[in-house]
Design a protein around this ligand. Structure first.
Ligand SMILES: Cc1ncc(COP(=O)(O)O)c(C=O)c1O
Length: 417
């Protein structure tokens, strides 16, 4: 154990080595080398507790939900709805009817753009997003603009990777109907001070959607305290299964919105003449949902809360500081994203070496990072770069893994020198 890890574990009772044992995949080797998994912003690995939940679901209670009277259907329905309550408590929503299960953060934003947007956005209206948004918080709004004649305005980002609040103030106007803003940037690591952005948007009469895909695994989220109108995130980035995500919406807003998709479960009655829709949240959950995904997400949240999100955040912050200073010692390495408030994401380039080459050579050492535009092409354009290499950390990463990353980067430089 390094001195820092000893310090972290003493101050927060956080034992990263014990925690790692809960993740079977972390003992895998890649080309005979220990896996160093640093691609957590893309997806997190799953603890045994979540894997066990999925196996238990399929081996003991698998059934379709909401419409069966038989025992298994009742059990599966109960667990599915309990998972909804777990999510509700996790983000402190007022009611579980405000938690809509969707495929992921992307679908959550599409649902809002499609349903809320169809009802509330008209020609001449403006949708305000930021220069650091993921494509999933850009393209759904573009599709909406194409349909309605509305337009998109963009809050600029400073050289250090922070949103420029004064520009936001200028861009907000009575035409602004909704603000879409990421809580934690997937490429820069910036943690945006969303409270003040939400307050100002509300003062201007606009709704606010927060993209919480990257924040939820690392920051305690309280949607009531934030007072956001919508909050979106994906299960697979918070130690849960893929194919499940959450749209939180304030009850009165969701109630006023038309359904997003039609089909079974989202109705209360159907005739050929007229269909009456189901109550919240089922109005937005057409068809058989991802039952085991929701239950697995509930299990992931229970697991994360048992570890303690504050302890996770402290450990990751410690790792981020260590990694930042270690990588900055490397000649020719430039870090993109130097905000004062940062999550454990480090995007970097090496002078004269394409990020894909960095990723490929690191992979040979068992070090998994992400390279490319990270689905934030406008942000890459802002910094006049085609791509970066990105190391993104999670609760199970260690200082030794950061050392392995740095060592492997030095090897890349050697290969290209
Ligand atoms: C900030 C941000 N928003 C949205 C998404 C989309 O998430 P998903 O692909 O799980 O829907 C991602 C994925 O990387 C992200 O980083």
């Amino acid at each position: 154990m390094t001195v820092t890890e000893e310090k972290t574990s003493k101050t927060s009772a956080f034992d990263v080595y014990a925690l790692r044992k809960e993740f079977p995949i972390l003992s895998e080797t890649v080309y005979g080398k220990p896996l160093v998994y640093l691609d957590n912003a893309a997806t997190t690995q799953k603890p045994q507790a979540v894997i066990d939940t999925l196996v238990r679901y399929y081996t003991t209670i698998n059934a379709n939900i909401h419409r069966g009277v038989h025992r298994l259907s009742v059990l599966a329905t109960r667990e599915h709805e309990n998972a909804r309550k777990t999510v509700q408590k996790f983000i402190n929503a007022k009611g579980s009817e405000e938690i809509v299960f969707v495929r992921g953060c992307t679908e959550a934003i599409n649902l809002v753009a499609d349903s809320w947007g169809r009802q509330n956005i008209h020609a001449g209206d403006e949708i305000l997003i930021t220069h650091m948004e993921h494509h999933s918080n850009i393209v759904p709004w573009q599709l909406l603009c194409e349909r309605t004649g509305a337009s998109i305005k963009v809050v600029p980002v400073s050289d250090s990777g922070e949103l420029i609040f004064e520009e936001y103030e200028k861009l907000l106007s009575p035409k602004t109907k909704i603000v879409g803003i990421t809580h934690l940037s997937s490429a820069l690591g910036t943690i945006n001070p969303i409270e003040k952005y939400i307050k100002l948007a509300h003062d201007a009469g606009a709704k606010v959607l927060i993209d919480g895909a990257q924040s939820v695994p690392h920051i305690k989220v309280d949607v009531q305290a934030l007072d956001c109108d919508f909050f979106a995130f994906s299960g697979h980035k918070v130690y849960g299964p893929t194919g499940i995500g959450v749209l939180y919406g304030k009850r009165e807003i969701l109630e006023a919105m038309p359904p997003y998709q039609g089909g079974g479960d989202m109705i209360s009655s159907v005739t050929f003449e007229k269909t009456l829709y189901n109550a919240l949240p089922y109005k937005f959950e057409a068809g058989t949902p991802h039952i085991e995904g929701a239950i697995g997400l509930g299990s992931a949240i229970d697991w994360l809360e048992s570890v303690g999100i504050d302890a996770v955040a402290a450990h990751e912050h410690d790792l981020l500081e260590y990694a930042t200073s270690k990588l900055l010692e490397i000649d020719g390495l430039k870090i993109y994203g130097e905000a004062k408030e940062k999550g454990a994401i480090i995007s970097f380039t090496l002078e004269g070496i394409h990020p894909h080459d960095i990723g490929t050579i690191l992979d040979q050492d068992g070090v998994a990072i992400r390279t490319g535009h990270h689905c934030v092409q406008p942000l890459m354009d802002r910094y006049c770069i085609p791509a970066t290499a990105r190391a993104s950390l999670a609760c199970y990463n260690t200082h030794e893994e950061i050392d392995a990353l740095a060592k492997s980067i030095l090897k890349v430089i050697e290969v290209f020198s």
